[in-house]
Every structure is written in C-alpha cells, then in structure tokens.
Design a binder for this molecule. Structure first.
Ligand SMILES: NC(=O)C1=CN([C@@H]2O[C@H](COP(=O)(O)OP(=O)(O)OC[C@H]3O[C@@H](n4cnc5c(N)ncnc54)[C@H](OP(=O)(O)O)[C@@H]3O)[C@@H](O)[C@H]2O)C=CC1
Ligand SMILES: O=C(O)C1=N[C@H](C(=O)O)C[C@H](O)C1
Length: 237
C-alpha cells in the first residue's frame, strides 16, 4: 500500500519502519518537524493515511483527508468530543479507523477488563481504581487507553457512573491516577480492593512497537473494509 503519515514523531517514525518492513511505501510524511504539509505530492496518491499527532490537531487533519476521500487510521487521543461528527462523515461514505490503543495486547486487556468488571458488579465490598503511567512528553491525561478502560468499568459496574482524574469526589466515581515518568511507553493497572484482599490486572508496553504494528495492520484492514472501523471488528472479539 501507499501510506501517507500525518505526524512524524515517536509513533510516525516507528510506523514508518514497520510499514516499510511489511513492503508498504511511505508517500508523505506530513509534520511541522520536517516541513511537509498537505501539498506533499504523495499525499493525494496515498491508499491510506495514518495519523498520530496531537489532540488539538487531529480533527482538522481528518477533514483534510476526507476532502481527498482518503481512508484514515488514527491513534491520536484527546479529541473524542468530535467523535459524533467523524461517525457522521463515515455514514456519508468516509472510512475512519480509530483506536485509543492499537496494540493487540492492550485489546486483549480491554476484554479481560470487561469480563472482570462483569464478575465484580455483584461484589460491592470491592473498591475499584486505576493508574496509568506514561512518558513525560505525553500531552493529554488521562490516557485514551485509561479512558477506554474506565468507560468499560462504568458500563459493567452499576455502582460506578463516571471517572475522575487524580481524585474521587464520590463513591460513584472511578479515580484514574495519571503518572508521567521518563520514557515509559504505557502502563495501565486496575485494582479492586476489599478489607481482606486485592485483585489487580496490569498491562505494560515494553516499547511502541505493539502500538505501531497494530496501526499498520489496521491500515491493511481498511483496504478491505469501509466506514467507522475499530479493533473489535479487526480482531473479531
Ligand atoms: N492509539 C495508540 O495506539 C497510540 C496513540 N498515541 C497517541 O498518538 C499521539 C502522538 O503520539 P507520539 O507520536 O508519541 O507524539 P509525538 O509528539 O512524538 O509526535 C507527534 C508529531 O505530530 C506533529 N504534529 C503536531 N501537530 C501536527 C499537525 N497539525 N499536523 C501534522 N503533524 C503535527 C508533532 O510536531 P510538533 O512536535 O512540532 O508539534 C510531532 O512531530 C498522541 O495523541 C498519543 O496519545 C501514541 C501511541 C499509541
Ligand atoms: O501518548 C502515548 O505514548 C500513548 N498514548 C495512548 C493513550 O493515550 O492511551 C496509547 C498508549 O498508551 C501510548
């Protein structure tokens, strides 16, 4: 496939390497870092765009892609307030694949979280909380992955109805502690605690390889699928 990258930072460079190792061609690297913009000659010729930028940049990038009817695979987090508009564009024929986390391991962890939450719904003696740890360059908090995990807890545990960052103002809230440390790729921990014991589930990324490989496989998936796409469809969970 011909892949255009929007965002040529930590994820963009990792995706470039993995995509080329799988025989794909990078036709544009759009980023202030290297001065390329949407006038890049390769951009309109791309089969798919992979976008990993910043929360405040993502939506306009998607609109630029949709103008060329280019399918988008995006991992940028922190923009989900615009999600209904993106889904509306998909209902009118655009293709958009979003994941807060593209790693297969984290998506298995998502399913584990949902199953454990359903078990713990009847166990009111347990308090539930979450911690996420990322590198010090991360702009958003909590992580998109942590928000996905918290939303699944709220969906499956009746005694919980919202999440809060670094606090818990009521028993109905789930606290997400966000820690920024060194170059940590991404650690997510969910703990259930009672008076007599603790149950903890944990995912720790060793590098950005898993995120990038998942994004490239998602780009390959868009070649045969249309509309609003997610990891659930791709992994058939
Ligand atoms: N879904 C997933 O699996 C994963 C998601 N992410 C998310 O991806 C995003 C990027 O992460 P990461 O690569 O580590 O961040 P980086 O800061 O390393 O890379 C982002 C790049 O995008 C550039 N950029 C900023 N604005 C624009 C724009 N308007 N158009 C094009 N490029 C732009 C930045 O340039 P400059 O520095 O000059 O602003 C930077 O080079 C974050 O939102 C992060 O949460 C990260 C890993 C996995
Ligand atoms: O910014 C990062 O690095 C990551 N961001 C994503 C998120 O916000 O969940 C995915 C991963 O945890 C790495």
């Amino acid at each position: 496939m011909k892949i255009a990258l929007i965002g040529y930072g930590k994820m963009g460079k990792t995706i470039e390497r993995i995509a080329e190792s799988r025989g794909h061609e990078i036709v544009a690297r759009i980023d202030p870092f290297n001065g390329e913009d949407f006038s890049a000659s390769g951009f309109p010729k791309a089969d798919v765009v992979i976008e990993f930028t910043r929360p405040e940049a993502a939506y306009d990038n998607y609109m630029a892609c949709f103008k060329h009817n280019l399918p988008v695979v995006s991992g940028t987090t922190g923009w989900l307030d615009k999600l209904p508009d993106i889904k509306a564009h998909c209902e009118k024929g655009q293709t958009f694949f979003y994941a807060s986390n593209f790693s297969v391991g984290v998506n298995i962890f998502f399913e584990l979280n949902r199953q454990l939450a359903r078990l713990m719904n009847t166990q009111a003696d347990y308090k539930v909380g979450m911690t996420e740890v990322h590198h010090t360059q991360k702009l958003d908090a909590p992580s998109g992955t942590a928000i996905s995990l918290a939303e699944d807890l709220i969906e499956n545990i009746d005694r919980k109805d919202k999440w809060e960052l670094d606090k818990q103002s009521s028993d109905k809230a789930i606290e997400i502690k966000a820690i920024r440390e060194g170059d940590v790729p991404g650690i997510h921990t969910i703990k259930y605690e009672s008076e007599v014991d603790e149950i903890t589930i944990h995912h720790s990324a060793k590098s950005r390889e898993g995120f990038a490989l998942g994004a490239v496989i998602a780009a390959e998936f868009t070649a045969k699928n249309k509309g609003f796409l997610t990891m659930k469809e791709m992994l058939k969970f």
